[in-house]
Design a protein around this ligand. Structure first.
Ligand code: ZN
Length: 135
């Protein structure tokens, strides 16, 4: 299978086989899995992957590992061509998923202090209100 590059504003609901859709505005890219299983593969650009377009064909770095579909496909897309890598074992796939989740947790942690401060402020306000009503 060969992929063509298509710049879009929003990702279409139905992805055509062999088209890599890229929305620079929303920092995402999507393709229907190269193995033909029909799985919608989402890439966060530039968070997880880089997408380059040349002569209408995409190059994606690093490799695309489809860990959340039964096919467990793993491949590069280089100049529109699919270069297959050994499929991930179930253990490797769950490792990748765990790392991705860990990255998200780290990302969330950065926002937590602000939320914590808000909750502490609300809790204090309620405590003051409660003690004010008792008087
Ligand atoms: Zn697949």
């Amino acid at each position: 299978m060969r992929f063509t590059y298509q710049a879009v504003e929003r990702l279409p609901k139905q992805l055509a086989q062999g088209v890599l859709y890229h929305s620079e505005e929303f920092e995402v890219a999507a393709l229907s899995c190269a193995c033909g299983c029909g799985h919608r593969v989402m890439l966060l650009v530039p968070d997880s992957h880089q997408v380059f377009a040349q002569n209408g064909t995409p190059t994606v770095q690093p490799s695309i590992s489809v860990c959340d579909a039964p096919c467990k496909s793993h491949y590069f897309v280089v100049g529109g061509n699919v270069e297959w890598l050994p499929a991930f074992s179930a253990a490797q796939a769950s490792n990748v998923m765990r790392n991705q989740i860990a990255r998200h947790v780290v990302h969330d942690d950065r926002q937590r202090p602000w939320i914590n401060r808000l909750w502490i402020a609300i809790a204090r306000a309620f405590a003051r209100l409660r003690s004010a009503l008792r008087i």
